[in-house]
Design a protein around this ligand. Sequence first.
Ligand code: CP3
Length: 334
Amino acid sequence: MSPIKECILNKKTKTKPMWLMRQAGRYLPEFREIRKVNPNFINLCLNENLSTEITLQPIERFQFDAAIIFSDILMLPYGLGQKVEFKKNIGPILSNFNLKDLLKTQENDFNKKLLPIYNAIKKVSKSQIINGKDVIGFVGAPWTLLVYMLNKESPKKNFNNDYLKDDYLINELLKLIDKFLKIHIKNQVDNGATIIQIFDSWAGLVDKNSLSKYIYTPTISLVNFTKSLGVPVICFPRNIDDYKEYVKIVKPDVINIDYITDPKKIINEIDIPIQGGMDPTILLSDKENIKKEALLYLNIFKDHPYIFNLGHGVLPKTEPSNVEFLTKLVKDFS
Ligand code: CP3
């Protein structure tokens, strides 16, 4: 059994399994080489040979316990026919859409558009380099996708939540997103994904009274669906106030915590396997500091099923040698 699966089944593992969010990406020179000659990010995600190669790059370099498929949560709106572009130094920009057109999306057309992603998952899972390790498929959570689709850019700087007053629009979109996320999850599992992670990067924008409508109910639907396929599901609701309540209501197999969450507090509140937590900016500092922070997490979670990861993605300015150092430290800790 893979180290991550053992951990999820609550077994005591000798060492903590490890992978990193955004482990394939701009901090790796071998990724930047490919990216330089592939300026269109969506096309790169849809190039099954290159996305396979990129997915495997960090596994070859660091021998992580899982590969996460090189794709993006915004491939879902792309599959529904909304235009998605990634602008340098700005991030994703989405086009306006006509709800009626989106609602006409046929499953066949969606599958055809995203086929290269599924082919890449198949290639990755059959690769020698994987050799029994986990292949993580992923989706954006319905709320985070709704935010990008309606806001049409990251809500970091500007978030227009007037749309949320349009009940018809919101309900139709949530139904559509739920339907196609399930198709997207099933396609990933059918092609070799052994774990699904649900990213709810903007969960922190939802006020307490709306958690049920935007976060809990839509996520439970996906968690139950993924479990019904026999595949474990990791949830990452970033910046939420109450991880304990989230876990109690949504019941994922693993909860990924962000870096503002106090690991000492969480260990007393949550009894399911935990993933992540360390601030990715720590990897921009020196080895002494990396060691201190990593040991903090490793010691706190020593007797708890814990998958080592960060509290958000690896930052582009990270030195690969620091990731190497961290990997060795985690592997040697027992
Ligand atoms: O290695 C991995 O983790 C797998 C691949 C992956 C990417 N995006 C590749 C990517 C995953 C799991 C994601 C998830 C994702 N995408 C999330 C959820 C996690 C999070 O970061 O909160 C979100 C919100 C997105 C949307 C997105 N994609 C944004 C906001 C951006 C621009 C900001 C940035 O970091 O560049 C992207 C682009 C993106 N997705 C890149 C990568 C490697 C950078 C592309 C480049 O080379 O320019």
